[in-house]
Ligand binder design. Structure first.
Ligand code: GLU
Length: 497
């Protein structure tokens, strides 16, 4: 059997949309499972819209997701070049061949003329297909006009009647009437190949066995098959993936939220979580498994389980998967992933020591519960780095203003005065002593202590919070991290203002 060769063929005209990333991912999963080759080919013949910046970003985003390619514009390969803009000579060769064989012809119709014909057809309720006007020019006359410098496109000469039939691996057998196809343009009058033409030449010369791409290309496929036939080539197999939609059943767009791989990365979705989620857009494993690694997905993936119906992008499901993948990381790995987000928040010192790392591991562990995206985490660190009683909520303020609160806090300050960092156990012993000394107990004892330490009435449990501030206060940060004692003292000062 032939080696499986698939490709992802993006046009570098924007950031990598999750719909396209899903196409790349299905190709990659298929290639890896079949021990085939995954090829990256960049379709950059639209000179006006293609940009180098997008081209570079595209590769970064694919790498970030964990997709690697066996051949591509950056690493080369036996079937290159892998950028269409570098393959123009190849297309020209085949155009010449098609013209000489009478399978293609020059078309001199101006854009205005074509546009008018299109409008008239639409107004008359007809399909706007090319009339075939230039089809009947003699090849000699056409060649002479081209030689005189007249601008011409090249069109494929297609049969007038009949149908194109192909077996789509997702949709089954599909039929297209030739009457509604017309003679597609192969080369534009500016000399650049049309997508439908370049894609055929490239897929054939690169020996692509399966074309897996978005359903928006389904109506292009018969045109491409006709081109294969004109060139005497065998078409590859096709699999068209349903579109990715928002929950309101319209194409996923900015209105729904983040849509590009880069945006999800910036929000703090883990690449393995986005990978896992994208695999589920239009596919599901046989036994309903949900949290899967890349390796597990390669094992399980199967084109025959790809669904025909639209894939709905469910942000909540993605966040849930992100939380599951976060749980799978060790505390050290979590810090590594979170660090770029914390760096922006501005409290980390320039040089992080091992002690900082260990502290961050515990702090992240304590705060990460319920976090959907890593960009939610820096704000949670305010609990340690911000101690501003003037911003306290009314309910917290009232707790501190109770008569007994001051008694408790004064006694606590006294006990803490002679100690350096205390553990939570030591702190509990101290609280017990304060209770004995002051006679204040229960809520009246613990609520003011919590508010005086955190500035809040609820939140992180004190058995987690106290060791973190006690250990954190001994390290250097860009912003001060106050110890328990310092917090109590500040609160007392604030009370006596
Ligand atoms: N450049 C096309 C796109 O980005 C590729 C389509 C195809 O895979 O054939 O939609």
């Amino acid at each position: 059997m032939r080696q499986v060769r698939v490709r992802f063929a993006p046009s570098p005209t924007g950031y990598l949309h999750v719909g396209n990333a899903r196409t790349a991912l299905f190709n990659w999963l298929f290639a890896r499972q079949k021990r085939g080759a995954f090829i990256l080919r960049v379709e950059d013949t639209d000179v006006e819209r293609s940009r180098q910046e997008y081209y570079l970003r595209l590769m970064d985003d694919l790498r970030w997701l964990g997709l690697d390619w066996d051949e591509g514009p950056d690493i080369g390969g036996d079937y290159g070049p892998y950028r269409q803009s570098e393959r123009l000579e190849i297309y020209r060769l085949y155009t010449q061949q098609l013209l000489e064989a009478g399978r293609a012809y020059y078309c001199f119709c101006s854009p205005e003329e074509l546009e008018q014909a299109r409008r008239e057809a639409l107004a008359a309720g007809r399909m706007p297909i090319y009339s075939g006007k230039c089809r009947h020019l003699s090849p000699e006359e056409a060649a002479a006009r081209v030689a005189r410098g007249e601008k011409a496109a090249v069109r494929l000469k297609t049969p007038d009647k009949g149908e194109v039939i192909f077996n789509d691996l997702v949709h089954g057998e599909l039929h297209f009437q030739l009457e509604v196809i017309g003679d597609p343009i192969l080369v534009r009058s500016n000399g650049l190949p049309a997508y439908n033409y370049a894609v055929v030449i490239d897929d054939h010369l690169m020996e692509i066995t399966h074309v897996i791409r978005g359903e928006d290309h389904i109506s292009n496929t018969p045109r491409q098959i006709l081109t294969y036939q004109a060139l005497g080539w065998e078409p590859p197999q096709f699999a068209h993936l349903s579109m990715v939609m928002g929950e309101d059943n319209t194409r996923l767009s900015k209105r729904h939220g983040a849509t590009s791989v880069d945006q999800f990365a910036q929000e703090g979705i883990l690449p393995e979580a986005l990978f896992n989620y994208l695999a589920f857009l239009g596919w599901s494993p046989p036994e309903g498994q949900e949290v899967l690694s890349r390796e597990e997905l390669v094992e399980l993936f199967n084109l025959s389980r790809v669904s025909r119906s639209a894939a709905i992008f469910d942000y909540q499901k993605l966040y849930w998967l992100n939380r599951q993948h976060l749980k799978r990381l060790t505390p050290g790995e979590k810090v590594t992933r979170v660090l770029p987000f914390l760096q922006k928040a501005g409290f980390l010192p320039e040089k992080l020591t091992r002690e900082h790392h260990l502290w961050l591991e515990k702090a992240v562990e304590a705060l990460i519960e319920g976090v959907n995206k890593l960009n939610e985490l820096p704000e949670k660190f305010n609990l340690f780095f911000e101690f501003d009683l003037s911003k306290m909520e009314e309910s917290a303020r009232r707790i501190l203003q109770a008569e007994s609160a001051r008694t408790v806090l004064e006694a606590l300050a006294e006990e803490l005065a002679n100690r350096s960092a205390v553990s939570f156990e030591e702190f509990s012993d101290i609280a017990r002593e304060v209770r004995q000394k002051t006679g204040v107990k229960g809520k009246e004892l613990f609520h003011p202590i919590r508010v005086a330490l955190t500035g809040q009435t609820s939140g992180l449990e004190l058995d987690k919070f106290i060791p973190l501030i006690e250990e954190g206060a001994r390290l250097t940060w860009r912003q001060p991290l106050l110890s328990a004692r310092e917090r109590i003292v500040r609160t007392l000062q604030w009370l006596t203002q």
